[in-house]
Design a protein around this ligand. Structure first.
Ligand code: HEM
Length: 427
């Protein structure tokens, strides 16, 4: 049995309005107790709550599992465009200006309807269970490599920085077919893109200029890759995307680069955060660690519980294409809802004892991968990566304990532990 996460800021200490506004503050997500105090209060008292936060266009925070599921499944009513993620009004304006010049991101999460289906179909086969079975040996090899890295650190490391940040990136960039020499550059660019509001990972000030300059660097790198893969296809996912045709035509350069970017970025920080957060959960719940070491058959449900527990994607958004209502609250055409996944994954109506980490939790209907037509394309890959790393690590990990304070990324989008100092013994 695990110990319940102590929510130190009690819901009573916050007003509903403050709780709502805190969802637009990156620092909230670096403080789990504060985040969950706000989300618990909203679930209880205002599950569909209008947020007016400084610097942001107003939005509705939706915090109940059932409401998020209903919204995600009605993709004709609830569209990803034009506001798929929570961004400041200034960043939205900067990206809009970029779009007008033809240099904006057009990834799967920015698209709806037929265009989304066509583009998703191009990469889909690479992430199906059959492809995962073929990839498993390579993933296992990389997992073993990172357990060796831990051994080389000699009994103490920053697990988030030295292991979890690298391994998923190596997996996804190997699948794309990028050379290993480019991996460090990709690591830094993807962390800058997601951690733009964090002083450690962002480009400094977290301004729209920083965000668009990271995008420019990524576009430049990937435009070059497209040209090379068209000239000489190499049988990897990058070649598949560069040479794909829709209605007889190649995708334009911008769309190809956007496709690479969504795969490299979505496939990286999400899984890294889950692996680091998963190990932290096991350290804080030693009985669950012992249970998992004694029964490797629990690796499947344990990986699922880590994904629920960490919920590395903090939110996506949808915009109403007609006047509607959620849980009786009217929402007008053009208004946006923020789908609070970490809240859905602690919803007392769905999960018995939601604040208990239970390595064998079953059923575990978490929404960390979303739902409906945008359901995470890489879910099977993420599950396999997490399972393989812990399958390699746990049998050898005879002792593990904290070695300093962990720290989380300040971000409203994707993140988790950026530092997890540990001491350990490996057999
Ligand atoms: C979409 C979560 C790992 C690729 C998403 C969405 C979520 C999510 C919440 C949006 C779903 C929605 O709107 O309903 C996660 C989590 C991961 C993870 C929690 C790890 C634990 C990965 C990996 C890849 C990946 C390894 C590999 C490429 C994508 C892509 C999309 C997506 C391409 C866009 C799908 C679309 O819009 O059609 N993911 N993800 N993700 N994810 Fe993941």
């Amino acid at each position: 049995m695990g110990i319940a996460l102590q929510v130190t800021a009690t819901p009573a200490a916050l007003s509903v309005a403050e709780a709502g506004r805190s969802l637009a503050v990156p620092a909230t997500y670096a403080d789990e107790a504060r985040l969950h105090a706000a989300l618990t209060l909203l679930r209880e008292q205002a599950p569909v709550h209008r947020v007016e936060a400084p610097g942001y266009a107003p939005f509705w925070a939706v915090t109940r599992h059932a409401d998020i599921t209903d919204i995600e499944r009605d993709h004709a009513l609830w569209r990803n465009a034009p506001r798929p993620v929570l961004r400041t009004a200034a960043l939205d304006a900067a990206l809009e200006a970029r779009r007008a010049k033809g240099g904006a991101l057009a990834t799967l999460v920015h698209l709806d309807g037929r265009r989304h289906r066509e583009l998703r179909a191009i990469g889909a086969d690479w992430f199906r269970p059959k492809a995962m079975r073929e990839l498993r040996a390579r993933v296992r090899e990389l997992a073993a490599r990172y357990v060796t890295v831990m051994a080389e650190h000699g009994g103490a490391c920053d697990f988030a920085r030295d292991v979890a940040a690298h391994y998923p990136l190596y997996v996804i960039l190997s699948l794309l077919g990028l050379p290993e020499s480019d991996f460090p550059r990709m690591l830094s660019l993807t962390q800058q893109l997601f951690g733009q509001d964090d002083a450690d990972t962002g480009r400094g000030s977290g301004t729209p200029v920083d965000h668009t300059s990271v995008l420019e660097d990524l576009f430049a790198y990937f435009h070059d890759l497209t040209a090379r893969r068209r000239a000489t296809p190499t049988g990897d996912l990058a070649s598949e995307i560069a040479n794909a045709r829709v209605d007889g035509h190649h995708l334009d350069d911008n769309t190809v680069a956007s496709y690479y970017i969504i795969i490299a970025t979505a496939g990286h920080d999400t899984t890294s955060s889950t692996i680091a957060g998963g190990l932290e959960a096991l350290i804080r719940h030693p009985a669950e660690l012992r249970r998992l070491r004694a029964d490797p058959g629990l690796l499947g449900p344990a990986a699922e519980e880590m994904i629920r527990w960490v919920s590395p994607v903090k939110s996506f958004m949808r915009t109403a294409s007609a006047d509607t209502q959620v849980r009786g609250t009217p929402i007008a055409e053009g208004e946006s809802v923020l789908l609070a996944y970490p809240s859905a994954n602690r919803d007392e109506e769905v999960f018995p004892e939601p604040f208990r980490f239970d390595a064998g939790r079953d059923p575990n209907r978490h929404l960390a991968f979303g739902s409906g037509v945008h359901y995470c394309l890489g879910a099977a890959l993420a599950r396999m990566e997490i399972q393989e790393l812990f399958a390699e690590l746990l049998p050898r990990l005879t002792r593990v304990e904290p070695d300093g304070e962990p720290a989380r990324t300040a971000t409203t989008f994707v993140g988790g532990l950026k530092r997890l100092p540990i001491r350990y013994s490996l057999s």
